[in-house]
Design a protein around this ligand. Structure first.
Ligand SMILES: [Zn+2]
Length: 138
């Protein structure tokens, strides 16, 4: 089968646009959102639950109150910062936590459902669903 020059050109363009898109989307998709309840699956805080305070998609990390605390030895600076050992919350990698489903209360993976029959403005929007009970996650 002889493939035309135009066909080849089109193929190259397709590949180019794909790699470009990948470069642009270096930021990984975060399945966990602010306000979600999560459970830590690994590390020193394994098994602990918490609520997501902040999502940092650039680093693929989350800030969760009370999780991944580190002690910082601070020097005394002034009256406001007396120094000493201070507990600080460090971001935790999103791969170390699992979402706790609000419907079934179990740690779950997140699935996506592409909603149908939506108005044009919302076309292609996805809904998060629990992979255990298949219910929607807010
Ligand atoms: Zn569920």
């Amino acid at each position: 089968m002889i493939k035309s020059r135009a066909w080849r050109k089109r193929c190259i363009n397709l590949v180019d646009s794909k790699t470009e898109r990948c470069k642009k989307e270096k930021i990984k998709i975060m399945k966990i959102k602010k306000g979600d309840t999560i459970i830590v699956t690994t590390g020193k805080d394994k098994g602990r639950k918490g609520k997501v305070d902040r999502v940092l998609p650039k680093d693929h990390t989350l800030i969760i109150q009370g999780i991944n605390m580190v002690k910082r030895h601070m020097k005394k600076r002034d009256e406001k910062n007396p120094g000493g050992i201070i507990d600080q919350v460090r971001p935790i990698d999103a791969s170390k936590v699992a979402l706790v489903c609000p419907s079934c209360g179990k740690p779950t993976r997140v699935g996506y459902l592409v909603a149908k029959n939506l108005p044009a403005s919302k076309a292609g929007e996805k809904e998060r669903i629990c992979r255990r009970c298949k219910k929607r996650i807010g």
